[in-house]
Design a protein around this ligand. Sequence first.
Ligand SMILES: [Zn+2]
Length: 507
Amino acid sequence: MSPAQPGRRAIAATAVTSALIAATVAATPAGAADAAANTDKVLVIGIDGAVLDRVKVANAPHLNGLMAQGLTARSTLYASPMAATSSGPGWSTIATGAWPDKHGVKDNSFTGKNYTAYPDFLTRIENARPALNTYAAADWEPITSTDQNGPIFSPKVDKRLSLKGDRDGYRNEDPKIAAAAAAELRDHNPDAAFVYLGEIDAAGHSYGAASQQYLDTIARVDTLVGQLLTAVQNRPTYAQENWKVLVTTDHGHTNSGGHGGSTIQERGTFVIARGAGIPAGSVRDDVKLVDVAATALAQVGVSAPGIDGTPLNAPDSDPFDTLRPNLRARVDETGIPAGVKGFTHTPPAGWSVDNSGMGTGGVTEWAGWAFATDEFWSQSQRDQWRELNVRSRDVFAVADSDEWDDKSHTGAFDSTLITPKWAVTGGSTRNLTFQTHYRQEAGQTAQVLVSYNGAAPTVVKSYTADAVARSESIALQVPAGATDVQVRFRYSGNNNWYWTVDDVRLG
Ligand SMILES: [Zn+2]
């Protein structure tokens, strides 16, 4: 989890190590030293219901300044039945670094919450480095108030502020949250902080994301964001500190206002990040909301095995993502907006697709394994669980006999995705890992096959039930004498469902 970072990182890593050792022996004196020594700090600002394209055109110099100085990453959320595009699941995903199938929050009832196994990132910091100072302030009560459903940030957080906003009240309460948080950031010594501002969401509900009132509200909230940034920069010890600032949102809004459903507007989210190691003006397509907590934890040297996020400092090297510049606009899929470039049939270097078993015709986009984005594929048809493919990132491989069948064709869908030949050592065990999303129906086959040194492929995995957004790991026993392995993903069906594969690695 600790990323390699230039400069202060080496010192901080030493501090973390000694702190962890100290924590198991005698917490108090070493703990105090840990807090005093810590200069790696993080501020996460949550702006509820903010639409990135509207932030970009609003009078929002601080938010747009952060984008210019750092990273902007757009991504899309799940939809039901995994979770609604609502604040409960959204902020739980941001705070825990895990998707709703782990943290358990599917809507604003918080029924099924599993914060014991997947606590918020400030609580994880308290558990690992109790001497560090954590702070959370919010005017949506489930974030920090123990009186409400939630709370998403637990009582283990050193200092929590909870005010009560509502549709009109956020306009009054947000400035109080910002003022209190700014004082904390400037005059005290928080190491990790989360500050929530709710008015943008309220404006979305009242007027819609397309409205002038929504833009005006973004401008008001941007001023508060500016107060927080100024407070950090006015810290007397700022020059000696290494701050990472992240801004994110829990869901989007429709143009006419509202969220909770599965439209791409409601599922739209973003992460903005500024700090050491993040290139100014950079844009990434492989970052998701779960990465906020992972990045905050990495910033203070706390590891969190089992969460879904990865720190921003560790970019994805998935070969499918190299295809993004080659992606094309729709051909037959009229439900996908014409401006969205999101699919190709050309695999990355070293990979191939065998379509010799495919019928002819059908919907062009899905004629055999394709490489597509979530924005593109999930808009081919909503509410058929395509939105649940949360563990794929950026470009992934998809075989979709359901969508292919929407135009006349001969034969059936039968396509095989083939990896490069990877070098192996005979007698060793290698872990084949990938992210997958498979929806079952009788009549389909979905098989993983392995071939050593060009021998006939043998099946190592066959899907016969739903595998929703699963992280797969298959141990391969490399036979004596083998020097290479090649993996095949064969999907066949006839107007059944689909299979996606991403981030295929031989560990
Ligand atoms: Zn809302």
